[in-house]
Design a protein around this ligand. Structure first.
Ligand code: PMP
Length: 296
């Protein structure tokens, strides 16, 4: 359904406990979440009919809400079950899924505590964030002019809509300049992350990745670290300065949407996707594929 506007697709969306036809999943223009970004969401993928690391995503969604001072009015079990129902109702097997929670339209000014919290879950087929061609060659990134802010400035552990303002600005600017994505530094000038994915650098059998102390510690990032260790790599989480990029041979991004995507360039620095990228892409593909218990 590529190219069909997001509000005009076919299917069912789980909306505050009900399965509603896609086009009916609407909110009012005077919604707190829209005006004041009191909104958190998840991005998760189903492979072979099962959402990979569903409970981790659900827990992060609930936690993101708590960080924004609201409680999603469903338990983790109920949210997991709703996610499964969305897949089943839409006959989806390999799909992207977007749970989103927001404050409603009871009142519209800065305070939010009198606004009801809503939850919706939609899912659709979204093959790869980057095209396969882009992926194999490695994607090209440019430095963003925006910096990931200090944890004292924003609730940086939440996957919250408001934190994506600078991501959209960075990604749109990068794409307008012919790049696939942007790499952001943090408020101290250390390498942070891409606009919707974490970043890793490879030198020999060492894999270096920025310490997630002011940006999302992605679920895919944590998976990739585990897989890298299982495959004999030494993983080093530390602060990385941009000028250090010249020392690394390979670079890749991790994220639910991006999966594991090799990078060939970050502005003035170049990389060649090689053994580490191939090994970890294969390991990731294996990890996300549900293990079917053989029938006795
Ligand atoms: N950073 C940002 C800004 C993101 O949007 C994402 C995607 N959720 C990630 C990192 C990676 O997170 P995950 O691996 O949990 O999808």
């Amino acid at each position: 359904m590529a190219g069909v506007p997001m509000d005009q697709r076919e299917g069912w969306i789980w909306f505050d406990g009900q399965m509603v036809p896609w086009g009916d999943a609407k909110i009012h223009v005077l919604t707190h979440g829209l005006h004041y970004a009191s909104c958190v969401f998840e991005g998760q993928r189903a492979y072979g009919g099962e959402v990979f690391k569903l409970r981790e995503h659900t827990n992060r969604l609930i936690q993101s809400g708590q960080t924004l001072d609201f409680t999603i009015p469903y338990s983790a079990d109920e949210i997991d079950e709703a996610c499964r129902q969305v897949l089943a109702k839409n006959n989806l097997v390999d799909a992207y899924m977007r749970p989103v929670a927001w404050r409603g339209s009871e009142e519209l000014s800065v305070p939010g505590r009198n606004n009801k919290v809503h939850l919706a879950i939609a899912s659709w087929v979204w093959p790869s964030y980057f095209s396969v061609e882009e992926k194999l060659k490695g994607i090209r990134l440019e430095w963003s002019k925006w910096k990931r802010p200090s944890p004292e400035t924003i609730p940086c552990t939440a996957k919250a809509a408001g934190l994506y303002m600078i991501c959209t600005l960075s990604k749109d600017a990068a794409m307008a300049n012919g790049f696939a994505d942007a790499l952001m530094l943090d408020y101290r000038g250390y390498v942070a992350e891409a606009t919707g994915a974490n970043v890793f650098f490879v030198k020999g059998d060492e894999i270096h990745t920025p310490t997630p102390d002011c940006f999302l510690n992605g679920i895919t990032r944590q998976t990739a670290i585990g897989l890298a260790k299982e495959n004999g790599y030494k993983v080093i989480e530390r602060h990385i300065k941009p000028e250090e990029l010249s020392k690394f041979d390979e670079c890749f991004l991790t994220g639910t949407a991006a999966e594991l995507t090799p990078v060939s360039q970050v502005s003035e620095f170049t990389f060649k996707p090689a053994k580490a990228c191939t090994t970890l892409i294969n390991a990731y593909t294996e990890a996300v594929t549900p293990k079917k218990v053989a029938a006795e």
